[in-house]
Design a protein around this ligand. Structure first.
Ligand code: TYM
Length: 336
């Protein structure tokens, strides 16, 4: 059986990076109908850094609304928030006792996020990738569509699955495959082409939010950093021009073209025309999604109902898988 699991943190606004690197691909995979799809708003991951409880609740609803507005169909797949399924955290504890410190010490995202003040980072932030492995494997997920920045975490998930299987002499967990798809697997900041576009960047001008209105999108694109040269006519000409490469990649992804196609249209031209075309396509794609998000957010009862139903469907799958793990590791349980 092919089962997709993927997740997104409710820790700020959804960005164009989340959309192009993840959500849009999830919608396409769901529509293929060859996978069983499970999508999760990972609220337990969000608290690895401080969160205001009321804001977290609101962001959880908003991210779920963003997924539904983008085309995730809660009738076709399971959509829920992580904390509704305690089995993922239960499995994470077992995996904490399988994963090695050396493996976690290599995680570049922890180093980036903890920064210089490492001793002050939470233990949760450090073991974050272990919980991520548990998220996927509590469902025996086989495929994980994500943006490029999650690649190293998925390698760790594979190492944990393999280590568990060999520790207990079983062939229980699949080794989940990353699916890093599309022309914009790593959307960069509009202000600095060497930094990932991120919902946690302090500058709102660095990103396009899925709820930005048309004027805001146009303004952010107009002010996006470029350089004085015209656009190149070939992809090779993007070398050493990270901001330009990023905008061309975003345009290609939003308009379903290759970067070559984009450059054959805009090569040799200045950024005025190109930025105008980019704003138009971004508004065409994001405008209706943003409007639907606002509509859904006005009805929190609907979104809460979807997440509750998704949570109980998810538990029905994860429950027996994690019960079998608890039995395998030797935990004595009633009726077990
Ligand atoms: P998160 O919340 O940072 O991002 C959610 C998804 O969006 C992708 N993404 C991007 N893709 C391209 N360019 C960008 N600038 C960009 N920013 C974000 C991410 O790659 C991701 O696919 N650890 C995960 C959440 C998670 C998870 C999981 C994912 C928890 N458990 C299990 C898969 C499976 C995270 O922080 O994603």
């Amino acid at each position: 059986m092919k089962r997709i699991f993927s997740g997104i943190q409710p820790s700020g606004n959804l960005t164009l990076g989340n959309y192009l690197g993840a959500i849009r691909n999830w919608v396409a995979l769901q529509q293929e109908r060859s996978y069983d799809c499970i999508f999760c708003v990972v609220d337990q991951h969000a608290i690895t850094v401080p969160q205001d409880p009321a804001v977290l609740r609101q962001a959880t609803r908003e991210v779920a609304a963003g997924m539904i507005a983008s085309g995730i169909d809660p009738g076709d797949c399971i959509l829920f928030n992580q904390s509704q399924v305690p089995e993922q955290a239960m499995l994470a504890w077992v995996f904490n006792c399988v994963a090695r410190l050396g493996w976690l010490n290599r995680m570049t995202q922890f180093k980036e996020r903890a920064g210089k003040n490492r001793d002050n980072a939470t233990v949760g932030l450090y073991v974050y990738p272990v919980l991520m492995a548990a998220d996927i494997l509590a469902y025996k997920g086989t495929h994980v569509p994500v943006g490029d920045d999650q690649k190293q975490h998925l390698e760790l998930s594979r190492d944990i699955a393999q280590a568990y299987n060999s520790m207990f002499g079983v062939d229980f967990f699949p080794l989940p495959e990353p699916q890093i798809l599309g022309a914009a697997t790593r959307v960069m900041s509009l202000r600095d082409g060497t930094k990932k576009m991120s919902k946690s960047d302090p500058s709102d001008m660095s990103r396009i939010n899925m709820t930005d209105d048309a004027d805001t999108i146009a303004q952010k694109i107009r002010r996006a950093k470029t350089d004085p040269e015209p656009l190149p006519s070939e992809v090779a000409g993007l070398e050493g021009r990270p901001e330009v490469r990023n905008l061309v990649g975003v345009y290609a992804a939003l308009s379903d073209q290759s970067m070559d196609d984009v450059l054959s249209e805009f090569g040799g031209k200045g950024f005025g025309d190109f930025k105008k075309a980019l704003s138009e396509v971004a508004v065409d794609v994001l405008g209706p999604i943003g409007a639907e998000m606002k509509r859904l957010s006005a009805d929190p009862g609907y979104v809460d109902g979807v997440l509750a139903k998704g949570g109980s469907r998810a538990r029905a799958i994860a429950g027996p898988i994690v019960a079998e793990v608890y039995d395998t590791v030797g935990f004595l349980r009633p009726n077990g």
